[in-house]
Design a binder for this molecule. Sequence first.
Ligand SMILES: [Zn+2]
Length: 235
Amino acid sequence: MTAAIDAALMGIIYKNHFARQGSPSRVLYDRIRMAPEFSLCPLCGQRIVATVDHYLPQSRFPALNLTPANLVPACSDCNKRKLATVPARAEDQTLHPYFDDLGNERWLIASIQPSSPPTVSFDIRAAKIWDEILTARVRNHFVVMGLSELYVAQAASELADISYGLEGVGDTAGPVGIRQHLDAQFRSCQARDPNSWKTALYEGLRDSDWFCDEGFGLIRNPRQANEQAMGHALL
Ligand SMILES: [Zn+2]
């Protein structure tokens, strides 16, 4: 008969030995923590790794407490958000950075709303290689990790950063020049990561006729409310 694995004891071994500063095994802990490129959390792709997360929680799966495949680098935010959820079905499981291959097809899509200033929203378009469960899991991962809000905020900041430069391009090269500029940015971001929020943003901006014609000029200089109302009245 196999002895039941004591969750509390496994927790103590993990905390006081495996992860403890100065312990021989801390080298392994740090290797897992430092593995991601640029120290970016693989769960959000945005924030800095701060900890090692148990993909399957230690309280429910103590036998996997020290299993390398169950130890995933994470930022504190993703770690906390994940802890707050208890998946009951396969569809509710968040993504595993080692095992879930989402492929290279574009699946993160940004839409540009013609507003003043322009606003951006993100959505997921299921890739051909995904089955229904993976599609549900990607959507669930976005909700649990709060990625839509995170990417919307990053996109707004990026627009503010590029607005002055875009106005200059618009002055000299018009909408065609704006589109070429955005296309070059899109290709550069896509070469590194086909589904980062930046890749999605630049594709969305490039493909928006409204943004290339006039939206780029409304980032730093949004129309006043009465001006917009007058514009609508004239239409
Ligand atoms: Zn994260």
